[in-house]
Design a protein around this ligand. Sequence first.
Ligand SMILES: Nc1ncnc2c1ncn2[C@@H]1O[C@H](COP(=O)(O)OP(=O)(O)OP(=O)(O)O)[C@@H](O)[C@H]1O
Ligand SMILES: [Mg+2]
Length: 218
Amino acid sequence: MIGSRPEAGAPFISFEGPEGAGKSTQIARLVARLEERSVPHTVTREPGGTPLGTRVREVLLDPDLSIDPLPEFLLYSASRAQLVTHVIRPALTQGHTVICDRYFDSSLAYQGAGRGLPVRLLRDLTREATGGLTPDLTVLLDLDPALGLQRVASRGQADRLERADLGFHQRVRQGFLDLAAAEPGRFLVLDATRSVDELAREIWTAVERWLPCTSSSP
Ligand SMILES: Nc1ncnc2c1ncn2[C@@H]1O[C@H](COP(=O)(O)OP(=O)(O)OP(=O)(O)O)[C@@H](O)[C@H]1O
Ligand SMILES: [Mg+2]
């Protein structure tokens, strides 16, 4: 079952999916709901979320840089390690629901399935970088990458990852789906071609189960 109540504390929720799947859109909708209910929360993103992470993000998304798969993964891991220690764990300790726009599943999908780095290496280093911190709930917005890239094309200059070939993005999509299939208890997989409102409702239903003592009105 997805979203059974945790033993204690506020939940850690990650959003995953290919470029343009609607992660930022759905996070904004979820945050609006949490604000309505006065649920204390912290929203962050990868790469980014800390001064170091923000600098690393600029490097990773720079369309003029060529970055090999291993250094690419290490850069994501550097941002992630800093984020877990300085933002995510402190927020959870304070009782905040934490929402993260991408987390380690993105590395497994992009650098593992997409770039072909060995999954064992990725998992070992990720465990070190995160201290084993795993989301309680991961919302996977699944979308044909061609459609996702079309959705974001209107944003202007494509970043380094948006410029990668479609075969890469198709492997990433399949990588996410394989991760979800392996951990059905953590993942909520949604068809991202559905309407924003419908998706927001379904995500809220899943998230609400994790929240300590909220009212259950729609
Ligand atoms: N369910 C939906 N149906 C149709 N269009 C959508 C839907 N959700 C989001 N969009 C549109 O798709 C575009 C990309 O959405 P959004 O920025 O939320 O995706 P994202 O997953 O955060 O992308 P990125 O991976 O680049 O951060 C936006 O123009 C948004 O309005
Ligand atoms: Mg986004």
